[in-house]
Design a protein around this ligand. Sequence first.
Ligand SMILES: Nc1ncnc2c1ncn2[C@@H]1O[C@H](COP(=O)(O)OP(=O)(O)OP(=O)(O)O)[C@@H](O)[C@H]1O
Length: 330
Amino acid sequence: MSVIEVRNLRKEFTVRVKAGRLRREKRTVDAVDGVDLLVERGEMLGYIGPNGAGKSTTLKMLTGVLTPTSGEVRVCGLRPVPERTRLALRIGVVFGQRSQLWWDLPLGDSFDLLRHVYRVPADAHAARLRRCRDLLDLDGFLDTPVRQLSLGQRMRGELTAALLHGPEVLFLDEPTIGLDVVSKQAVRGFLGELGRAGDTTLVLTTHDLADIERLCRRLVVIDHGRVVHDGSIAALHDRYGSRRLVVADLDAALPEPPELPGAPLRRVEADGHRLVFALESTGAAEVVAALAGLATLRDISIVEPDIEEVVARLYGREEGPLVDASGAAS
Ligand SMILES: Nc1ncnc2c1ncn2[C@@H]1O[C@H](COP(=O)(O)OP(=O)(O)OP(=O)(O)O)[C@@H](O)[C@H]1O
């Protein structure tokens, strides 16, 4: 049985919009519009989409915060809204904007209170807390009141709080938003460990695609409330014809950008001093050899397909098309 089962899930909101100077009209927003999703135990799923795509609304329905307009949802075999209390014992939730810590208490006291809230046996609690303290480096601020923690420290605390009762599924909404590089790495490293251990299912929404690349094998992309991709990152690259790129820095610009078989020119930059080729049906070595025969090369680098670029295409909202030297969109 899948740990998350979602069939034809929909959520409509009724909003009032301005229609003229004084008049307001009711309008229906299809925030989630027929989502199907099956997630197996131990999967690490990235759930992404542009602003307003319906990610948070989906997570809220999966965690029992919002009642669906229609469709079926089961998480750990439970219906999230009517069986919310039972579900709370089996899932963990980290929503960037909300806290489950006690603002005025030292962080460590919040952890003690959570043990009582969830009625976790003392030894299981101690073991999980020890692991979080080690992996998330909490010891320096366990005695600090939560309101005095930095964002990165608080997020590490939130992750711990969400895991102390040993949830089967962890839902994370933007867990690295606003964090500095070090805290981001700590959080990603920790989630990676959790995922590798294999007994927790992870559902992660984020605008930071590096989170997805590091952590998730499976990527579900949602736009206008509908799933537009469900598969691996590699499948996404295949679908959009993403290629590795050869970036060549030349001593002097060539009068004409060269045509290399199997490696179309993607971009000309730096007044012709930098040429970028896509490796379509030829290898990097051939491209470099061909270029070396035409120009003096200052530097060469091979760039892996860029997930940001592919996802921007998928959203259909990238900042201008990718334009090659001839002006044709690639
Ligand atoms: N409580 C609400 N009342 C009315 N409309 C809402 C409500 N919550 C969300 N919406 C609308 O539903 C749509 C989906 O919103 P949602 O917050 O799920 O998007 P999201 O993908 O999480 O976006 P973001 O990346 O900006 O957080 C948006 O059009 C949003 O304005």
